[in-house]
Ligand binder design. Structure first.
Ligand code: GLU
Length: 331
């Protein structure tokens, strides 16, 4: 596992507290933020960013027939390559509490994204109780590493709070949408920032390679007289440390990630409406369309049989579970 311990060491005390008490008041407050609906006036229409002929990047490859069992994977398919190898190699975040997070108490990476990958591993290898220890190989990556690590085959699949958009859709192949997030703002309790309109002249932190940093720059187009000052870091916890030390004024990223940061520091608050839509997909290599269809079959199954809702409830209670995102397909 590649570890980027610099930032992790700084926040490990805080994350340990959060890990021990996901039902703490701080966590409950943080998770309530996930129930905030976007307002139609401030929400961006969809994840745009440029790419020719891209109208709906969330339309993924349609599943082909029913999900094959682990004993019936099509010969020559990428799923059977993975099965023969004995391990699904996954790219994940280890710094995002609730979604992909190295729990210092258990030494395990855990969260919503990790549970999505467990479902993929279970479909390939069967339910032999060995998914964590034997069949999943974790590679901890930063936001900026997601696309290159998929493209160069370092990992088979990434599940890392990753927004599907047109620009990325030309570089990797996304599953159907498995989570709908939206960008908001985290500030210290004493901050005067209340929404994206207040970010003018404010040092606003987000991870390099994320849509969030690009969205902060977009905020400037509407507030050009007093531009926000984007501060790009490697990991989301780097933003939290910078907020705590006063070197930045705000963190702006997906509500999901902000909920995890707030749960680690009760002296912060999440403010403003969602001002973008961030539909999450798992990313795979463009060369393996049959694997993308297979993963979409897994998602179909877990949407229908209650597993998706159980995973939401496991990580995001008390935010009430919405209906699972509806998949859209192309052939
Ligand atoms: N969802 C955003 C993205 O895919 C931010 C999350 C992240 O970078 O981890 O860029």
């Amino acid at each position: 596992m590649r570890r980027r311990l610099g930032s992790l060491a700084l926040v490990i005390g805080l994350t340990a507290v959060a890990a021990c008490s996901t039902t703490s008041t701080a966590s409950r407050d943080a998770l309530r933020a996930l129930s905030v609906k976007a307002t139609t006036t401030t929400e961006a229409p969809s994840p745009p960013t440029t790419a020719p002929n891209c109208t709906n990047p969330t339309a993924s490859l349609r599943p082909q027939g029913p999900l094959p069992g682990p004993g019936a994977l099509p010969g020559g398919s990428y799923m059977s390559v993975i099965q023969q190898r004995g391990r699904l190699i996954v790219g994940v975040d280890q710094n995002t509490l609730l979604f992909g997070y190295l729990n210092p108490a258990s030494g395990q990476i855990e969260g919503f994204d990790i549970d999505m990958l467990r479902q993929v591993a279970k479909a390939i290898f069967g339910d032999d109780g060995k998914n964590q220890t034997t069949h999943l190989q974790f590679t901890a990556i930063s936001s900026a590493q997601r696309i290159p690590f998929v493209q160069n085959g370092t990992v088979d699949i990434v599940a890392d709070t990753m927004t599907i958009n047109c620009a990325r859709d030309t570089q990797v192949s996304f599953s159907s949408v498995y989570f709908n997030a939206g960008q908001r703002i985290l500030v210290r309790d004493d901050s005067t920032i209340k929404s994206s309109a207040d970010l003018g002249g404010k040092r606003t932190c987000a991870a390099a390679g994320s849509t969030s940093i690009a969205n902060v720059e977009d905020v400037n187009k509407t507030h050009a007289s007093a531009p926000a000052i984007p501060v790009a870091v490697t990991d989301w916890t780097d933003c939290l440390v910078a907020l705590q030390s006063g070197t930045i004024d705000a963190v702006s990223t997906d509500d999901t990630i902000l909920a995890g940061l707030k749960a680690q520091d009760p002296h912060t608050q999440i403010v403003g409406d969602k001002f973008t839509q961030e539909p999450y997909g798992m990313a795979m290599k463009l060369d393996h369309p049959e694997f993308v269809r297979f993963v979409n079959s897994v998602l179909e199954r877990i949407r229908a049989d209650g597993t998706w809702t159980a995973i939401w409830n496991r990580w995001l209670t008390p935010a009430p579970a919405p209906a699972p995102p509806t998949a859209t397909y192309r052939d």
